[in-house]
Design a protein around this ligand. Structure first.
Ligand SMILES: [Zn+2]
Length: 325
C-alpha cells in the first residue's frame, strides 16, 4: 500500500513537470513587448567579452570549465561563473582582481564555481579596497544558494577555508568586504529582474530551468551594449528569449546533442532549441560554449541544426578568445 502511495505521488510530480514543459514551449513564443531595450547604440570599442573557460565539467582538452569576463574601457569588470581552471585564464588575460566590480554565478555546480575561494585567497595579495558584490540564485537541499555557497567556502564558523572569513564578517578587519546577494528562484515568478545597477553596468536576470537545480540567465548591459548568458538550462521555463532580446552577444551552452534523452535532456538545451532561442531573441552574435565530449565531436551537425533557425554570426570559442559586442 505504501508502495502504491509512493508510486502515485511520483506520477503526480512527473505530471506536474510535464505540464511545466508544455507551459515552457508556449512561454517561449510570447510576444516580444517586454523585451529589454538598450538605452543607446552599442559603443563596441569600449566593451570586450573574454572567454575564461569554454568547457563543461569533463577532464578533456585543456580548456577550463565555464567562466566569462567582461571588460569595460580596458578594465576587467564582471566575471560570470568561475569553473575549475578559469582563475589561471584570468591570470593569462592580465585582468586585475581589484578592478572586478561584480561576480555573477548562474548556479553553484562545481564546473561553474569551484575557483571562487582561490580568487579570494589570491585577491588577498592585490590592492583591492572596494567591496565586492557576489550574486547568484537561491538553492535547494541539493545545491547551495549564493549566501550558503560563500559561507560554506569562506565563512568564519562553517567555511572550508575559515581563515578567509575576514572578508565576509563585518566585525573583522579587512581591506574590503564580500557582499552577497541571493536572487530568489521560482517557477511562479519568471519576470525579468534588475539585480545590479552600478558603475554604468546594469544586470538583469530570469530563472532558467536546469533540471531540479535553481539557475539564472543573465543579461549584462554596459556602454549601450548587451551581452546575455543562458548558463546551463533546458529551455523549459521559456523566459530566456525575452531576457536576451536584441542582445549583441548571446553565450549559449551546447552540452548535449539533438538526440539526447533522460537526465542530460532535462538539464540542457538541444541545438535546435539554441537556434530557435537565438532567432527569437534576434541576437547579433551567438557563442556556443560548455561543450562536452558528446558535443565537441559533432560541431558541424550542431551548426547545421542551429542554422535551420538562426542565420547570424555563430562561433565555437576557445579559452581567452575575445569578442566585441
Ligand atoms: Zn555546467
Amino acid at each position: 500500500m505504501a508502495n502504491m502511495q509512493t508510486f502515485l505521488k511520483l506520477r503526480l510530480v512527473l505530471m506536474l513537470f510535464s505540464l511545466l514543459g508544455v507551459y515552457a514551449c508556449q512561454a517561449s513564443t510570447r510576444s516580444p513587448d517586454k523585451a529589454p531595450q538598450s538605452a543607446s547604440t552599442c559603443q563596441s570599442n569600449r566593451v570586450k567579452l573574454q572567454m575564461l573557460g569554454v568547457r563543461g565539467p569533463e577532464i578533456m582538452d585543456r580548456q577550463a570549465s565555464t567562466s566569462y569576463l567582461i571588460w569595460l574601457d580596458n578594465k576587467a569588470r564582471v566575471i560570470i561563473d568561475q569553473g575549475p581552471g578559469s582563475l589561471q585564464r584570468f591570470e593569462q588575460s592580465k585582468a586585475r582582481y581589484e578592478d572586478i566590480q561584480l561576480m555573477l554565478f548562474t548556479h553553484f555546480h562545481v564546473d561553474h564555481s569551484s575557483d571562487f575561494p582561490a580568487y579570494i585567497k589570491g585577491g588577498f595579495f592585490s590592492k583591492r579596497d572596494q567591496d565586492l558584490p557576489v550574486i547568484g540564485p537561491s538553492g535547494t537541499k541539493f545545491i547551495a544558494s549564493a549566501s550558503q555557497f560563500v559561507d560554506r567556502m569562506i565563512g568564519l564558523k562553517s567555511g572550508a577555508y575559515p581563515y578567509l572569513g575576514v572578508f565576509l564578517d563585518p566585525k573583522e578587519q579587512s581591506s574590503y568586504k564580500i557582499k552577497v546577494t541571493t536572487i530568489p528562484w521560482s517557477y511562479s515568478d519568471l519576470s525579468i529582474k534588475k539585480i545590479f545597477d552600478q558603475h554604468g553596468i546594469t544586470v538583469k536576470s530570469v530563472p532558467v530551468h536546469h533540471g531540479p537545480f535553481p539557475a539564472l540567465g543573465y543579461r549584462v548591459e554596459l556602454a549601450g551594449c548587451s551581452i546575455s548568458f543562458t548558463g546551463d538550462m533546458s529551455g523549459r521555463l521559456g523566459a530566456m528569449p525575452d531576457l536576451a532580446m536584441d542582445s549583441d552577444i548571446l553565450v549559449a551552452h551546447n552540452a548535449i546533442p539533438e538526440d539526447a534523452v533522460g537526465a542530460p535532456a532535462r538539464l540542457h538545451m538541444k541545438p535546435s532549441y539554441i537556434g530557435k532561442l537565438a532567432k527569437r531573441a534576434r541576437v547579433k552574435k551567438l557563442l556556443l560554449t560548455h561543450l562536452m565530449k558528446r558535443t565537441i565531436k559533432i560541431k558541424p551537425e550542431t551548426r547545421r541544426l542551429i542554422r535551420e533557425h538562426y542565420q547570424g554570426k555563430l562561433v565555437f570559442p576557445k579559452d581567452l578568445d575575445i569578442f566585441h559586442p
